[in-house]
Design a protein around this ligand. Structure first.
Ligand code: GAL
Ligand code: MG
Length: 997
């Protein structure tokens, strides 16, 4: 369907016009530069054809708008915001794009002085989305595409002394768009820096270094290729380490290229754990440039990829450019904050999904130490959905476009030691164009590995890469049952959408166990919410919130870092799971523990071990163990100097161990916590007291209410509804509705494939509890009320026979025991339930919380590595995790007691056996309904959930489900707890008391 008139931005055979060859981004360059960021004149038109007559000439733009560069115009009031994961928001008709093609014309006047004009002028765009033409003083100087790579134009012949007019016309859609279908917001404009470079006539144009190791991995082998603008340029080069010159030489090259080779005995090697960098500086009479290099060798040996002969494990994360207010415009500060946070969270690898990042990002990775998969700006995922996935990938006419994206990336980034793999793109099927890209990459740089997940057979890649592989499939890969014997990486897993991911440990266990598996990259770093202030509300928008259609809604809210940069509970979990040190109890010993060093290069002498012997919240003994000489990948048992101590009654004992950084690093201070483990100790001295009797309890019954009462306590039951109506102590109402059975949670994103059945087939959000019988019995000091109910949901044959026993003591305590027996009188039943537990409604004034259980953050059965047992204080609101898309949150596992109180009094609830706890100022229904946090309707009460069991989170929004053992099946259960009123401040003491029943 070739068209007669081909528009430049619809010609996929053109990869650029007048653009210079891609080259390295020098770390330092003495040449003068003018930064062209800042205000530009701006004209937005519906299609390029509507450009005003003579727009490329100067003096035409007085009336135009002003826009700041870098920015994306959708966040400056032009065009519209649109989010899709896979879909192209136009027909799949490559290379053509819609006639309606939002276009931004940018103009800037630059004043150049005579002195500047003595040298050459280079105009460099670091990133423009998606294609653009450039004019200088009215003359067309070039055209470029590939949104996430720089484009340089030599404009020496077009500039003049004084004012110069630069015009850039940016097209939202181009043939390039077919290759830029990444899962993200559709954003356009000049969104990275723009600059002018005052280039020497004999400039050093490019430097390519290769710093590897000899076969003993001891000496450094250094080669460099220097490209110059003119032949016969004399220069001096030097290699220095921390400011000290280790090698230097003077050279004059006859041609435009010079090659250097040198050997460096016993170099400081680069790894992500030891990011030792050397400076390679080239100095000519007019210019000095530096690139940094790290000596390290990447290779595949004995079926594993190795760095410096060590098999490494990647504990990575996928990173997009993102800024909640600016879309894909990121600052240096933001990039550095990201890298620091990654390092603080034990992450050792980052995949630039799915396009090359800003140049500076790689400088930071080199410096801080992160292994990088650099990925070409290439994804044509939408073709999968029209069931012709290889359409352009296997079409030779697109070859140049595919190859260009890899080649320009390699040429720009190949000096960075942090980059260990080149990825040819993402989700674009496989075909001839990837074969060509792989070949082109290897020709330019064969010192790194080639990656591309879409090469499903690992035909041309060096590693076999998969995404979201379920545990069963991963085990098959691990055991070399599939796809040959190339090493495996999971380029994406652990989809961090909403509450989750859970179940990460199962993956890490496999990675650590099997030789073939070399780790993975969590999906993903950020929640891509767009900051919004509207009608007095502050919140984050996601797909659909701008009326954009079709959209994948909150599928872009899938990061471990919330838009406001708060690490999510999932991030805390990941940190612990991938921690480079593991601690385990040694059976039968209280003082011995085993340390495992999962670093690939560092000895554990870089960390210290803080230990605390704790009696719940009190520290009994503590100490620090230094000088932990444990070699990489080794284990060691150490003995803690714990001495005898007196055991307190009714108290639990724990050994809380934290591994901390010994010295300051670039990203964290000495003392920074790397790993935390708690070992419960088998120490317990029980003492029992007898409850003090108060005045006798009186029982009275009206038509429908049973009241049990004395001067300390009033408990009321509905004899019609078979439930507690009120629990009062000392004249204050604490509970206004008693335990009611519950199997539902406000569904989380990871429940998305269960939700429909849960809510529209099993109606778990529609519980009914029918009263079968109520009996009561008066004894000397207590009244026992027994209520039997049947619990089920609309039109279900499964349910529970519930047996509630309330023991009301004259001293003011009320013990509740619930036994549930699962019944099924038909066949249909949910494969599993979100939870089995009860809810209660408490007085709204009781906002101050304290609990003894896992904390401080939320925890779930398959995501609790970051939590330890302790006594924590908070408030009902603060116990909530504010997910961008509201859903179940704030659960705490293994709670032994909790107290909710006002300034003076509280309700203490003590469990017989540990239960799961949620405290919230809203119901599950309002949480389910809300689309944004501010829409969550507040409840009239504090809603208490106590769970016998609460299902895990899994990662099923894109990936593995909860493990079977973390799914709550229909089953018999029993739970018991005692409520009483306490003065705030006495709850810990009260909670420790144990009574003879
Ligand atoms: C993958 C894809 C990512 C993202 C993720 C889901 O298939 O590579 O870009 O879309 O799924 O969040
Ligand atoms: Mg995709």
């Amino acid at each position: 369907m070739a068209r007669k008139t081909v528009k430049r931005w619809e010609d996929h055979r053109i990869t650029g016009i007048g653009r210079r060859e891609a080259r390295t981004a020098f770390y330092r360059d003495s040449q003068k530069r003018i930064c062209l960021n800042g205000e530009w004149k701006f004209k937005y038109v519906e299609a390029p054809e509507f450009s005003p007559e003579g727009f490329e000439q100067s003096g035409i733009c007085e009336e135009w708008d002003i826009i700041d560069v870098p920015s994306v115009w959708q966040l400056r009031g032009y065009d519209k915001m649109h989010y899709t994961d896979v879909l192209y928001p136009f027909p799949v008709n490559p290379p053509y794009v819609p006639d309606e093609n939002p276009t931004g014309i940018y103009k800037k006047t630059v004043v150049l002085e005579e002195q500047w004009l003595q040298k050459d002028t280079i105009l460099k765009f670091h990133g423009v989305d998606s294609a653009f033409d450039v004019w200088v003083n009215g003359t067309h100087v070039g055209f470029s595409k590939v949104s996430r790579l720089p484009s340089e134009f030599e404009i020496t012949d077009f500039v003049k002394c004084g004012e110069n007019d630069i015009t850039v016309r940016v097209y939202k859609w181009s043939d390039g768009t077919y290759l830029e279908d990444q899962d993200m917001w559709w954003l356009s404009g000049i969104y990275r820096d723009v600059e002018l470079i005052n280039e020497e006539k004999n400039a050093i144009l490019d430097v390519q270094v290769n710093s590897t190791l000899d076969d003993d991995y001891r000496d450094g082998i250094f080669t460099a290729r220097i490209a110059m603008k003119q032949a016969g340029t004399s220069f001096k080069w030097k290699l220095s380490y921390k400011g000290e010159v280790v090698l230097e030489e003077k050279l004059t090259s006859e041609t435009k290229e010079a090659c250097i080779e040198a050997k460096l005995p016993e170099v400081y090697k680069w790894t992500a754990e030891t990011p030792n960098l050397y400076d390679f500086t080239v100095e000519s009479a007019t210019q000095e440039v530096t690139v940094r290099c790290g000596f390290r060798r990447i290779e595949i040996k004995d079926k594993n990829f190795r760095v410096n002969n060590q098999v490494i494990l990647l504990n990575g994360v996928n990173h997009h450019d993102y800024n909640p207010k600016e879309g894909r415009v990121v600052t240096r500060e933001l990039m550095e904050a990201d890298i620091r946070l990654m390092k603080q969270y034990n992450i050792n690898a980052v995949r630039c999904s799915h396009y090359p990042a800003n140049e500076y990002f790689y400088d930071l990775c080199d410096e801080y130490g992160l292994y990088v998969i650099d990925e070409a700006d290439l994804e044509c995922h939408g073709f999968e959905w029209v069931e012709n996935y290889t359409w352009i990938t296997d079409d030779e006419t697109w070859k140049a476009a595919y190859v260009d994206r890899s080649v320009r990336m390699v040429k720009r980034d190949r000096n960075h030691p942090s980059i260990i793999m080149w990825s040819m793109g993402n989700e674009s099927a496989f075909g001839c164009n990837f074969r060509s890209a792989a070949e082109a990459i290897r020709k330019l740089d064969d010192t790194r590995l080639v990656h591309y997940e879409g090469d499903f057979e690992a035909e041309v890649t060096d590693v076999y890469s998969t995404m979201y592989t379920r545990l069963k499939g991963l085990k098959e890969i691990a055991e070399y049952q599939v796809k040959g014997d190339k090493p495996h990486v999971m380029c994406e897993y652990g989809h961090a959408m909403g509450n989750g991911p859970g179940g990460l440990k199962a993956y890490q266990d496999l990675y650590r166990k099997y030789k073939r598996l070399q780790g993975g990259f969590l999906w993903e770093w950020y929640d891509h919410g767009i900051y919004t202030e509207e009608e007095g509300q502050k919140y984050y928008k996601y797909g659909g919130n701008y009326g954009d259609f079709p959209t994948n809604g909150n599928f872009c809210i899938d990061g471990i870092l919330m838009p406001d940069r708060t690490p999510s509970p999932g991030m805390e979990e990941y940190k612990q799971i991938i921690a480079p040190v593991e601690i385990a109890a040694v059976e039968g010993s209280m003082t011995k523990i085993q340390l495992t060093n999962y670093y690939d290069f560092l000895n554990l002498e870089t960390v210290v071990l803080d230990w605390k012997l704790q009696a719940e919240n009190q520290i009994v003994q503590e100490g620090v163990v230094e000088n932990l000489f444990v070699a990489p990948h080794e284990k060691k048992t150490i003995t803690l100097p714990i001495t005898e101590f007196e055991v307190q009654a009714n108290t639990d004992y724990y050994l809380t161990l934290t591994v901390c950084q010994k010295a300051d690093t670039r990203y964290a201070l000495a003392g920074h916590e790397i790993k935390k483990v708690q070992i419960p100790l088998q120490i317990r001295k029980d003492e029992f007291a007898v409850r003090k009797a108060a005045d006798k309890l009186q029982v009275s019954k009206s038509q429908d209410v049973l009241t049990v009462k004395n001067s300390c306590i009033t408990a009321k039951f509905s004899t019609v509804f078979g439930k507690l109506l009120s629990f009062e102590a000392n004249g204050k109402e604490y509970l206004s509705e008693g335990p009611r059975m519950n199997v539902y949670r406000a569904t989380i994103d990871n429940d998305m494939y269960k939700k429909e059945d849960w809510m529209n087939k099993y109606f778990i959000q529609k519980p009914v509890e029918e009263t079968e019988s109520i009996h009561w019995q008066e004894e000397a000091d207590k009244v026992t009320v027994q209520i039997k109910t049947f619990f089920s949901c609309y039109n279900q044959s499964w349910g529970f026979e519930c047996d509630y026993t309330y023991e009301i003591y004259s001293c003011g305590q009320m013990k509740v025991e619930l036994q549930g027996k699962a019944v099924q009188r038909g066949k249909l039943e949910p494969p599993f339930l979100p939870r089995i537990g009860i809810t209660m409604k408490a007085n709204k004034a009781l906002q101050e919380t304290m609990w003894y259980g896992m904390g401080p953050g939320e925890s779930y059965i398959d995501s609790k590595a970051a939590s330890v047992m302790g006594i924590y204080e908070s408030t009902v609101d603060q116990m909530m995790t504010d997910y961008v898309f509201p859903q179940e949150n704030g659960h705490r596992e293994q709670v032994k007691w909790f107290r909710i109180g006002d300034a003076t009094d509280g309700l203490l609830c003590k469990m017989e056996n540990k239960l799961g706890l949620n405290l919230a100022n809203y119901t599950d229904e309002s949480l389910e309904k809300a689309q944004h946090p501010f829409e969550i309707e507040k409840a009239e009460h504090v809603i208490i959930h106590l769970d016998y069991l609460h299902s895990g989170l899994g990662s099923n929004s894109c990936g593995e489900e909860q493990l079977e053992e973390n799914k709550v099946k229909l089953q018999d259960f029993a739970m018991a707890f005692t409520v009483s009123a306490v003065k705030c401040g006495t709850e810990i003491e009260e909670a420790r008391k144990q009574y003879i029943d």
